[in-house]
Design a protein around this ligand. Structure first.
Ligand SMILES: [Ca+2]
Length: 120
């Protein structure tokens, strides 16, 4: 008997084609990003302002454009930057604010004044 791929089967197939999400190590179909989690793509060369909030969760920022992307933080105090396999982690104290893909911690420590502004 011939097997047909119905809608559920197709849906499963397309989900499996997507890249797994590095942080959760799961495919998109298994992902439940709770509040406080955002994945941000900064495509193009236009200027972008990303607000980084403290508290639960963190943002995943892709395609950072050095010189065009500004991070707004509640305070510039106690910011620190740590390299990880997923990119540079931005901490405020021990609170993870964001993971910036394909960037190194040095980029942020060297350009802290131009990248970060305080929310007014
Ligand atoms: Ca956080």
């Amino acid at each position: 008997m011939k097997q047909f791929c119905d809608q559920d089967c197709l849906l499963k197939f397309y989900c499996q084609q997507n890249e797994p999400i590095m942080v959760t190590q799961k495919g998109p179909e298994n992902t439940s990003m709770g509040s406080g989690f955002d994945e941000i793509w900064l495509g193009g060369d236009s200027e972008a302002i990303v607000v980084l909030e403290t508290g639960e969760g963190f943002d995943i920022v892709n395609d950072l454009q050095l010189g065009a992307t500004t991070f707004q933080v509640e305070s510039k105090d106690n910011l620190s930057f740590v390299d990880s396999i997923n990119g540079a982690k931005i901490f405020q104290g021990d609170d993870l604010l964001a993971v910036v893909s394909w960037q190194s911690a040095n980029t942020f420590s060297d350009n802290q004044d131009s990248i970060f502004t305080v929310i007014s």
